[in-house]
Design a protein around this ligand. Structure first.
Ligand code: MN
Length: 212
């Protein structure tokens, strides 16, 4: 199957002033598109050619894994952003309070984890198989899917996510990113996760997060 670049659910300039239009043009239009194109060229003629994205992530190594995972991660990241105000579901509020103390404490811990990630990577809010919320700090293209966790929210802390806007100041980017979290998306992922757990269907790789 041919993997395609998602269409952003908002205009490239919609996230300003927190994330600039120029960053979006490069991040989605160049970096994200680059991973999609690279994945399509790498899987051609291999056993991965007809596999769903999540199944590739679960079974591939090296360049195919890296590019497949980066496609998934960026799809997830961009869907998790919105310029519109959104609310956390009661279920999400309850679980954040239970597992982190409060939303404020969760914010502090999440942004601190992202600021401290050495090099390139992703920070995730995930639901673990025991039903607890966890913050996962993952290097490069590493994925919660490999740890049987269900991703709810992610922050991209590769430099290309912020260097145009805040240069070396990752902490400023993280504060800006916090303003843009699409809590509807996060709440919806939590709701879905009670019925659908990673890893998804062993045979088809079908999964609620990979098929829109
Ligand atoms: Mn990125």
């Amino acid at each position: 199957m041919i993997h395609t670049l998602i269409t952003l659910p908002y205009d490239e300039g919609a996230l300003e002033p927190y994330i600039s239009k120029e960053t979006m043009q490069y991040h989605h239009g160049k970096h994200h598109a680059g991973y999609v194109n690279k994945l399509n060229s790498l899987i051609k003629g291999t056993e991965f050619e007809n596999k769903a994205l999540v199944e590739i992530i679960k079974t591939a190594q090296g360049g195919i894994f890296n590019n497949a995972s980066q496609v998934f991660n960026h799809d997830f990241y961009f869907k998790g952003l919105s310029a519109d105000k959104s609310e956390l579901s009661n279920n999400l509020v309850e679980k954040i309070d239970r597992d982190f103390g409060s939303l404020e404490q969760f914010k502090e811990l999440f942004l601190q984890s992202a600021a401290n990630l050495f090099g390139s990577g992703w920070v995730w809010l995930s639901l673990n198989p025991e039903g607890r919320l966890v913050i996962e700090v993952r290097s490069n293209a590493d994925s919660p899917i490999l740890y049987n966790n269900t991703p709810l929210l992610t922050c991209d802390v590769w430099e290309h996510a912020y260097y145009i806007d805040t240069r070396n100041a990752r902490a400023d980017y993280l504060e800006n990113w916090w303003h843009l979290i699409n809590w509807d998306f996060v709440s919806q992922n939590l709701g879905n996760s009670e019925y659908i757990q990673f890893p998804c269907d062993e045979n088809s790789g079908a999964c609620a997060f990979s098929e829109d």
